[in-house]
Design a protein around this ligand. Structure first.
Ligand code: GLU
Length: 309
């Protein structure tokens, strides 16, 4: 078995030097300013050892990686009733596509495309004020990452709100089918803000540990969800976590993972490790280019793919 410390060190060194870095997301103006020459990685093994490299302590906008955690919260609130509001099939479409919604009468394909995540946020919001719902999501992230200093980058949230015409269209369209219960502005406000949570690779990998260990953080002993629920969330990450790049990610990396347009990917090696990588340059499907390359290297070297060594 190769030594994890040297594998992570070599990956960080290679990624720092590669010329192919992808392109930063510029449809959210605040994200367009982020320096693409950054790469960070944090791997937390089953014993809680953190092995990190590159810019692993630099905070970034977690964007759609937050959808894993809002899905976890919404399942805790609504249980299987959640699946009346959102499906769990891969979309095969871009993350912000509107076409499929019409054919499917306003019920989004899965909780990780934008429409699906907005519907999930609406479930968390119901019965609460937007501020309370957002507080609940933020506290959940702080609890999972064991770090009360985690905050929301208000500039990113405001930037997305100003330019989020497509998400507004998706939400209004779902509202017309009764899939959104709350005022569209409220639901979108909470959605934009949870996407704008800022975290480091180490914090994100810590937050994801329950998914790698049957719903339980083995270091704190906290049972976050049942083993069955963790397994199912991982299944949705594997099939839907990278939009219409999900097949390619499974083929190359072979782990449940969720990407965000800020350039982060959270990946889970069941029973072995929780992994967060970050590099702001994206590929054509909106997934971190070097993040994916780094995870491909890591799983190949460590034999961690869920499909075999
Ligand atoms: N907040 C982003 C949006 O709604 C999330 C997209 C992503 O990270 O993939 O467009």
């Amino acid at each position: 078995m190769p030594d994890l410390d040297s594998v992570v060190r070599e990956i960080a060194e290679e990624m720092a030097q590669r010329p192919d870095r992808g392109a930063v997301a510029d449809y959210i103006p605040e994200l367009a300013h982020v320096d693409p020459n950054q790469f960070g990685i944090a791997v937390i093994d089953a014993d809680g050892r953190v092995i990190s490299g590159g810019d692993s302590e630099t905070p970034f906008s977690i964007q759609s990686v937050s959808k894993v955690f809002t899905l976890t919260l919404a399942l805790g609130m609504a249980g299987d009733r959640l699946w009346k509001r959102v499906g769990r099939e891969p979309s095969g479409n871009p993350f912000n596509s509107i076409v499929q919604l019409e054919r499917e009468r306003g019920v989004p394909r899965n909780p990780f495309i934008n429409a699906g995540a907005i519907a999930v946020t609406d479930v968390i919001l119901s019965g609460h004020e937007p501020r309370e719902a957002l507080g609940e999501i933020l506290r959940f992230m702080q609890f999972l990452a064991q770090d009360p200093s985690i905050t929301i980058d208000e500039r990113v949230a405001a930037s997305e709100k100003r330019t989020g015409f497509r998400n507004t269209a998706l939400a209004n369209y779902m509202k017309s089918f009764g899939v959104i219960e709350n005022p569209v502005d409220y639901t979108l406000g909470v959605y934009f803000h949870h996407c704008a949570i800022a975290m480091t690779c180490r914090q994100l990998a810590t937050a994801g540990r329950f998914l790698a260990h049957n719903g339980r953080n083995p270091s704190t002993g906290h049972n976050v969800v049942s083993a069955e629920r963790a397994r199912r969330i991982n299944a949705i990450m594997l099939t839907c976590g990278h939009y219409d790049g999900s097949g390619e990610f499974a083929y190359r990396v072979g782990l449940p993972g969720k990407s965000g347009v800020g350039g982060a990917i959270l990946a889970v090696a069941p029973g072995k490790a929780s992994i967060a990588v970050w590099s702001p340059g994206l590929d054509a499907a909106g997934n971190s280019h070097l993040g994916r390359v780094a995870l491909e290297r890591l799983t190949q070297r460590m034999g961690w793919s869920v499909f075999g060594a």
